[in-house]
Design a protein around this ligand. Structure first.
Ligand SMILES: NC(=O)C1=CN([C@@H]2O[C@H](COP(=O)(O)OP(=O)(O)OC[C@H]3O[C@@H](n4cnc5c(N)ncnc54)[C@H](OP(=O)(O)O)[C@@H]3O)[C@@H](O)[C@H]2O)[C@@H](O)CC1
Ligand SMILES: Nc1ncnc2c1ncn2[C@@H]1O[C@H](COP(=O)(O)OP(=O)(O)O)[C@@H](O)[C@H]1O
Ligand SMILES: [K+]
Length: 546
């Protein structure tokens, strides 16, 4: 599934209207219809109708067939509602095409028997184009209408609100009557369905203006908007339903859309990942690759252990953990499946820059080098990392403190590598890498990740809720597996182990990063299910749930 910006959406609309010759009003009709269908589905769920109607039709069909009846008629189930008389919806209508969508939806809802009242944010005379046609059609159908600020509007009188105030054409924070209506809708306690995006949301970045609608359901039209997947916007959108309105998905490739929602289909069809992770019947530990991990200090020995164990659980054949000598006594025996490589250490258990020669030697017999979890900082660590960057002939995964080393270095001047580099920063590490604040990182995670990956020629995994994976070629994937319970020390170390393990098994960097993030999130969800309270998840649970 593609993710688009408002500007890309305008081009997709334009292509459909101009190149395919589909009139804009037809797209708006489709939009109104699918919005109405989702509202009917919602009314049906809360009215306790469940699937009764659908099953009822099926049963009737079966009965008729058994009785030998040849002729059957069925109605439009998606726009049929048994308890329509119990519903009264207010349709908040803005001046642009988003308002036009709401007006079209209002007509379809009225047809189901639901009472609707149009609440215009602006005088209806100010609507133009297709929205004006919809205004006139609604008026011709006799739909009651009021104008906010001129007529009395009491949102307490309705059973639900359709927010069709602002869509992808909105600029800046909602003003005047729009702001007042949004605030009133939010405090009404009524269920809110948003047309396309919640009004007040930045459709590209996911920033929420003050005020912004808090929807239960957002009926997103044609293509998923980037802002619906990025927090805080993702929180304001509620359940997002993407519905087709007649704009062909193939147009997205024509206009160069490069961001995808990370689904099993995208992993399989777009990235070529074998989701079944088949292993060959005659495979052996040598078949599945060997990870070399440089991680851990006395103070943070657990980070290395978590990465190493996660790598094993993610399926690679062998893991060698290179660690400071002072750590060895406490680690021996803690994970018998691991191989340990003593690379010496300072008196206090920290890494020595001289360990690089041993690491370079070890890397020759390994398929991947992962550096960083629990590494700490040490003297001449920049030169140490530069030697690994320039001297290893295998994919490199860089996490945690090794990212902070990179952030302090001018690594664009380092020799280019034959094998890929994957960086796995959390927002704080990303802020240091990009030399901006953490708040600036979170403002538009997708654009930032894409820009950084392209500029630095790395695969970037920007972690946090809805992790973004960006490739140097300009593609990006947004992951939605995972769980807030994963906000626990060491969860990122587990991810580093998983991604390294997949690389060792022969996946390319985009596959390993995307599939690794996806599996890590699934394991987090499974771990949350296994605990009575998700707050009880610890990083080791994620490994065991892999
Ligand atoms: N064929 C198509 O294009 C299709 C489009 N579709 C639908 O159209 C939506 C996009 O429609 P759109 O481009 O007309 O913009 P939209 O979001 O309705 O709002 C713009 C209006 O709001 C106003 N306004 C702006 N900012 C404001 C603010 N901060 N505070 C207050 N007012 C503000 C601004 O008025 P102005 O300030 O210029 O007087 C302007 O008139 C899209 O999300 C989807 O729902 C679908 O039907 C599929 C086919
Ligand atoms: N709310 C959340 N939803 C989904 N995943 C989350 C959430 N919070 C954290 N995570 C995931 O947990 C991991 C935390 O990583 P990180 O911050 O590096 O932890 P640590 O440094 O302790 O290992 C990341 O993969 C992140 O995406
Ligand atoms: K809206």
């Amino acid at each position: 599934m593609y993710l688009v910006t408002a500007e890309q959406m305008r081009r997709l609309d334009g292509e459909t209207i101009q190149r395919l010759g589909i009139p804009a009003i037809a797209l708006m009709e489709n939009a109104g219809r699918v919005i109405a269908e989702e509202i009917v589905a919602l009314c049906r769920r809360r009215g306790g109708e469940g699937c009764r109607s659908a099953a009822g039709w099926e049963d009737a069909g079966k009965d008729a067939a058994l009785a030998g009846a040849a002729f059957q008629v069925s109605a439009d189930h998606a726009l049929t509602l048994d308890n329509a008389a119990a519903e009264r919806w207010f349709i908040l209508v803005g001046k642009g095409n988003n308002g036009g969508d709401g007006l079209a939806a209002a007509r379809y809802l009225r047809e189901t028997g639901i009472a609707v009242t149009l609440v215009y944010a602006v005088p209806p005379e100010s609507l133009s184009g297709e929205a004006a046609l919809q205004r006139d059609a609604a008026a011709a159908m006799g739909l009651p209408a009021v104008v906010y600020g001129r007529d009395r509007v009491d949102l307490a009188e309705c059973s639900g609100i359709l927010d069709a105030l602002l869509g992808t054409g909105a600029a800046g924070a909602p003003r005047g009557a729009y702001a007042e209506l949004i605030a009133a809708a939010n405090s009404s306690g009524k269920v809110i369905v948003s047309a396309d995006i919640p009004s007040g949301l930045n459709a590209d970045t996911g920033e929420t203006h003050e005020p912004c609608i808090h929807a239960s359901v957002t009926v997103c039209l044609a293509f998923l908007k980037r802002g619906l997947l990025q927090y805080p916007g993702a929180g304001a959108a509620g359940h997002v339903k993407v519905r087709a309105i007649g704009i062909p998905a193939s147009l997205a490739t024509n206009i160069g859309v490069q961001v995808h929602l990370l689904t099993p289909e995208v992993l399989h069809a777009h990235l070529g990942v074998d989701l079944a992770r088949r292993r060959s019947p005659d495979g052996h530990k040598g078949t599945y690759g060997h990870v070399l991990l440089a991680a851990g200090t006395l103070r943070m020995s657990g980070a290395g252990l978590l990465s190493a164990r996660a790598a094993l659980r993610a399926g690679c054949g062998l893991v060698t953990w290179a660690l400071p000598q002072k750590l060895l006594p406490s680690i021996i025996g803690s994970a018998p499946e691991l191989m340990l490589a003593d690379v010496g250490s300072n008196e206090d258990g920290t890494w020595r820059a001289g360990s690089v020669s041993e690491l370079l030697k070890l890397s020759k017999e390994r398929d991947v080098l992962a550096v960083g979890p629990g590494l700490g900082r040490f003297e001449a660590d920049t030169e140490w990392l530069r030697n690994l960057w320039e001297g290893t002939d295998c994919p490199l995964v860089i996490d945690a403190d090794a990212l902070n080393v990179l952030a302090d270095a001018d690594y664009k001047s380092w020799a280019s590598r034959r094998h890929p580099v994957i960086l796995t920063p959390h927002p704080g590490e990303m802020a240091r890498l990009a030399r901006i604040t953490t708040a600036e990182v979170q403002r538009d995670r997708i654009s930032l990740a894409m820009g950084y990956a392209k500029e630095h020629g790395v695969t970037l995994v920007l972690k946090g809720a809805h992790t973004v994976i960006a490739t140097p070629e300009g593609q990006a994937y947004v992951n939605t597996t995972g769980h807030p319970g994963m906000g626990t020390g060491g969860a990122g170390d587990v991810l580093t182990g998983i991604i390294s393990s997949l690389l060792a098994q022969g996946l390319n960097e985009a596959q390993a990063a995307a599939f690794g993030v996806y599996l890590h999130g699934l394991a987090g969800e499974r771990a949350a299910l296994q605990r009575n309270n998700p707050a009880a998840i610890i990083a080791g649970d994620i490994i065991e749930a892999l």
